[in-house]
Design a protein around this ligand. Sequence first.
Ligand SMILES: [Zn+2]
Length: 129
Amino acid sequence: MQVERGEIIARSLTGRCPNCGAFGMFKHWFRLNKHCTGCEMPLEKEDSGFYFGTTSIGYVLAIIVVIIPICVLVVKEVVGMWTGVIIGIVGSVLLTTLLYPLMLSWVIMSYYTMFPNELPANSEASDET
Ligand SMILES: [Zn+2]
Protein backbone atom coordinates (compact mmCIF):
# COMPACT_ATOMS: atom_id res chain seq x y z
CA MET A 1 0.00 0.00 0.00
CA GLN A 2 1.14 3.50 -0.84
CA VAL A 3 -0.51 5.20 2.10
CA GLU A 4 -0.43 3.27 5.35
CA ARG A 5 -3.18 3.47 7.97
CA GLY A 6 -0.93 5.43 10.33
CA GLU A 7 -0.32 7.97 7.59
CA ILE A 8 -4.07 8.29 6.93
CA ILE A 9 -4.70 8.94 10.63
CA ALA A 10 -1.85 11.43 10.97
CA ARG A 11 -2.92 13.37 7.89
CA SER A 12 -6.61 13.43 8.76
CA LEU A 13 -6.02 14.55 12.34
CA THR A 14 -4.08 17.54 11.06
CA GLY A 15 -6.88 18.43 8.65
CA ARG A 16 -5.07 17.29 5.54
CA CYS A 17 -6.14 15.09 2.66
CA PRO A 18 -5.46 11.41 3.51
CA ASN A 19 -4.64 10.72 -0.12
CA CYS A 20 -2.03 13.37 -0.92
CA GLY A 21 -1.36 15.14 2.41
CA ALA A 22 -2.25 18.59 1.05
CA PHE A 23 -4.47 21.06 2.86
CA GLY A 24 -7.03 20.71 0.11
CA MET A 25 -10.07 19.22 1.81
CA PHE A 26 -11.84 22.21 3.31
CA LYS A 27 -13.77 24.78 1.33
CA HIS A 28 -14.35 26.64 4.56
CA TRP A 29 -14.83 25.85 8.24
CA PHE A 30 -18.12 23.96 7.78
CA ARG A 31 -17.76 22.52 4.34
CA LEU A 32 -15.56 20.07 2.51
CA ASN A 33 -14.58 20.62 -1.07
CA LYS A 34 -16.22 18.29 -3.58
CA HIS A 35 -12.74 17.19 -4.55
CA CYS A 36 -9.40 17.63 -2.85
CA THR A 37 -7.67 20.64 -4.41
CA GLY A 38 -4.35 18.78 -4.24
CA CYS A 39 -5.17 15.41 -5.83
CA GLU A 40 -8.78 15.64 -7.09
CA MET A 41 -9.87 12.83 -4.82
CA PRO A 42 -13.66 13.01 -4.42
CA LEU A 43 -14.53 13.94 -0.84
CA GLU A 44 -18.31 13.98 -1.04
CA LYS A 45 -19.67 10.48 -1.07
CA GLU A 46 -22.79 9.89 -3.14
CA ASP A 47 -24.41 8.56 0.00
CA SER A 48 -23.58 11.68 1.95
CA GLY A 49 -25.77 10.25 4.70
CA PHE A 50 -22.63 8.50 5.89
CA TYR A 51 -20.80 11.74 6.64
CA PHE A 52 -23.90 13.44 7.88
CA GLY A 53 -24.75 10.58 10.21
CA THR A 54 -21.30 10.50 11.71
CA THR A 55 -21.13 14.24 12.30
CA SER A 56 -24.50 14.00 14.03
CA ILE A 57 -23.04 11.41 16.38
CA GLY A 58 -20.18 13.83 16.98
CA TYR A 59 -22.64 16.57 17.85
CA VAL A 60 -24.45 14.38 20.31
CA LEU A 61 -21.18 13.36 21.95
CA ALA A 62 -19.98 16.96 22.13
CA ILE A 63 -23.25 18.09 23.70
CA ILE A 64 -23.18 15.23 26.20
CA VAL A 65 -19.62 16.19 27.16
CA VAL A 66 -20.87 19.71 27.93
CA ILE A 67 -24.26 18.89 29.43
CA ILE A 68 -23.27 16.15 31.88
CA PRO A 69 -20.67 18.18 33.84
CA ILE A 70 -23.11 21.13 33.96
CA CYS A 71 -25.87 18.89 35.29
CA VAL A 72 -23.47 17.72 37.99
CA LEU A 73 -22.60 21.33 38.85
CA VAL A 74 -26.29 22.27 39.04
CA VAL A 75 -27.15 19.24 41.18
CA LYS A 76 -24.24 20.02 43.52
CA GLU A 77 -25.48 23.64 43.55
CA VAL A 78 -22.14 24.97 42.41
CA VAL A 79 -23.97 27.00 39.76
CA GLY A 80 -27.62 28.04 39.65
CA MET A 81 -30.01 26.27 37.30
CA TRP A 82 -30.36 29.15 34.83
CA THR A 83 -26.63 29.77 34.83
CA GLY A 84 -26.21 26.08 34.07
CA VAL A 85 -28.76 26.22 31.25
CA ILE A 86 -27.07 29.25 29.66
CA ILE A 87 -23.59 27.74 30.00
CA GLY A 88 -24.98 24.52 28.54
CA ILE A 89 -26.47 26.18 25.47
CA VAL A 90 -23.53 28.49 24.81
CA GLY A 91 -21.05 25.70 25.55
CA SER A 92 -22.74 23.22 23.22
CA VAL A 93 -22.94 25.70 20.37
CA LEU A 94 -19.32 26.80 20.82
CA LEU A 95 -18.02 23.27 21.14
CA THR A 96 -19.84 21.90 18.12
CA THR A 97 -18.83 24.94 16.06
CA LEU A 98 -15.20 24.59 17.03
CA LEU A 99 -15.21 20.83 16.60
CA TYR A 100 -17.05 20.77 13.28
CA PRO A 101 -14.02 20.62 10.96
CA LEU A 102 -12.41 18.17 13.35
CA MET A 103 -15.45 15.92 13.10
CA LEU A 104 -15.39 16.07 9.31
CA SER A 105 -11.75 15.05 9.45
CA TRP A 106 -12.56 12.24 11.85
CA VAL A 107 -15.28 10.92 9.57
CA ILE A 108 -12.87 10.85 6.66
CA MET A 109 -10.19 9.34 8.85
CA SER A 110 -12.41 6.54 10.16
CA TYR A 111 -13.71 5.80 6.68
CA TYR A 112 -10.31 5.52 5.02
CA THR A 113 -8.79 3.75 8.02
CA MET A 114 -11.45 1.08 7.55
CA PHE A 115 -11.16 1.08 3.76
CA PRO A 116 -7.60 2.19 2.93
CA ASN A 117 -7.93 0.66 -0.53
CA GLU A 118 -10.58 3.25 -1.39
CA LEU A 119 -7.86 5.91 -1.52
CA PRO A 120 -6.94 6.69 -5.15
CA ALA A 121 -3.24 6.44 -4.24
CA ASN A 122 -3.75 2.93 -2.88
CA SER A 123 -6.05 1.62 -5.60
CA GLU A 124 -3.46 2.57 -8.22
CA ALA A 125 -0.79 0.72 -6.27
CA SER A 126 -2.90 -2.43 -5.95
CA ASP A 127 -2.93 -2.84 -9.75
CA GLU A 128 0.81 -3.46 -9.69
CA THR A 129 0.74 -6.29 -7.16
ZN1 LIG B 1 -5.61 15.18 -1.84
